[in-house]
Write a protein that binds this ligand. Structure first.
Ligand code: FRU
Length: 443
């Protein structure tokens, strides 16, 4: 079945499937000379279904080659979806650890499974799946999204879950002598009541001596969008303790950002993050208009215990031309706009309108507050954030996707807005603005 024509907008340099539905990024890694990005995919319809693992690969994180599906829901234990997971290189092979989702008559079962590949393209599920059949006793059947990693001594996985009191929690496992032998260790963190009934897509890593846990809570009382958010916690997860007193930091301030995953780039020695450029519940409402996409790769940096999510430096290589924008100008809908305020107290305003769709997107900075407001046939949104000093803003536009990076990733806003066709730009205030047309990246 080929359903491409159902979708109105295609993207130029964001990873998106040729057809069908996309959600979480999975299995991010570098293996035998290439970067690999997998993603949750339903190839048969532009709506959630039984998840496959879609797959793209790249030598430079810019030009992506579409590969065959890595995982298909074709076994008893994953017949209703090969849910999210991650990748690790072991003994020269690439292993994918994922959740097998199986519907039962009145409930469902989630167990953890492995598949491996010699070449990073063709995968085979191990014969003794599921390698973790049941959740720990104090976890409900919501038990998914293993993120696997190794330190000098051991291989670990964090697995998202829900406590019997309906609080999100992260389960820590350690691999034994063989890859099908896993031992439950303890909880890494447990949610306070308001912080969600289920913590999906956990990720755990260290940067410059500090340890961080990323989770995507579901059913979070304080989160703006349908109770979903993606947050990070910084803390000491060691010494056999469970982190209880914690501070949640929102990763992105936009409304189309969920289920991020990071990986260590052994070539450039940095941690890179991709996320689903979408949100459960929101993306479903716009199915006929826009297909799913992943965000651009972002470099995760630690600044005094706070994380920054900066645009990957190589994205500059997508630029094909450069022009200084006049107060009233036009650009293509696949461009980057770079704004530099003339001094730290400059107030400014930049407004973008799409002639075709009649939609608009505006950034204003006044009294040390940044405000993003946008409007189209599906949205009328206003977002704001106090920021003492704005030194640089970079806005990436790609046929209806907008990604705004402020101060090299100190704050980011990831939003969909139908900015399609030639875009009209209006600028006021003390602001220097350059625009770059960006070349195609995805095959
Ligand atoms: C997050 C999520 C994961 C799950 C996957 C299924 O968006 O719900 O917890 O593995 O999507 O597609």
């Amino acid at each position: 079945m080929f359903i491409k024509d159902e979708v109105k907008y295609r993207y130029n340099y964001h990873i998106s499937p040729k057809q069908g539905w996309l959600n979480d990024p999975n299995g991010l890694c570098w293996f035998k000379g290439k970067y690999h990005v997998f993603f949750q995919s339903n190839p048969f319809a532009n709506q959630p279904g039984k998840s496959y693992w879609g797959h793209v690969s790249s030598e430079n994180l810019l030009d992506w080659q579409e590969e065959d599906f890595a995982l298909r829901p074709d076994q008893d234990y994953d017949c209703d979806g090969c849910y999210s997971g991650s990748a690790i290189e072991l003994n020269d092979k690439l292993f994918l650890m994922y959740t097998g989702h199986q519907n039962l008559s009145d409930s469902y079962k989630e167990s953890q499974c492995l598949a491996f590949s010699e070449d990073g393209i063709n995968f085979q599920k191990v014969s003794n799946n599921p390698v973790i059949e049941n959740p720990p006793e104090d976890n409900t059947n919501r038990f998914r999204d293993p993120k696997i990693w190794k330190n000098e001594k051991n291989i670990y996985a964090v697995i998202g879950g829900e406590s019997k009191e309906n609080r999100g929690q992260v389960n820590l496992y350690r691999m034994g002598e063989t890859f099908d032998n896993w031992q439950y260790q303890r909880k890494l963190a447990i949610a306070q009541k308001k912080d969600g009934i289920m913590w999906e897509c956990p990720d755990y890593f260290e940067i410059e001596g500090d340890t961080f846990l990323i989770v995507s809570p579901k059913g979070m009382q304080d989160a703006g969008i349908n109770g979903f958010a993606s947050v990070y916690l910084q803390g000491d997860f060691g010494f056999n303790q469970t982190l209880e007193g914690y501070e949640l930091n929102l990763i992105d301030l936009g409304q189309d950002f969920y289920a991020p995953q990071t990986f260590w780039d052994p070539i450039e020695k940095r941690r890179i993050m991709f996320a689903w450029f979408g949100m459960p519940g929101l993306q479903e409402q716009e199915l006929k208009k826009q297909v799913g996409a992943l965000t651009l790769p972002r470099v995760v940096k630690n600044k005094n215990g706070k994380l920054l999510f900066a645009p990957l430096p190589e994205l500059q290589q997508l630029r094909t031309d450069e022009k200084a924008l006049l107060p009233f100008d036009t650009i293509e809908d696949y461009s980057e706009i770079r704004m530099t305020p003339l001094n730290r107290h400059s107030n400014f305003l930049l407004r973008i309108t799409s002639k075709i769709e009649g939609s608009s997107y505006q950034i204003s900075y006044q009294d040390q507050k940044i405000e993003i407001s946008f409007f189209d046939s599906l949205r009328n949104v206003r977002q704001s954030q106090k920021i003492d000093k704005v030194s640089e803003l970079r806005l990436f536009l790609d046929s209806g996707l907008t990604e705004l990076f402020i101060n090299d990733g100190q704050h980011t806003f990831t939003n969909k807005c139908e900015l399609i066709g030639t875009l009209v730009i209006e600028i006021s205030g003390q602001l220097q603005v350059k625009a770059y047309t960006l070349r195609k990246g995805i095959q």
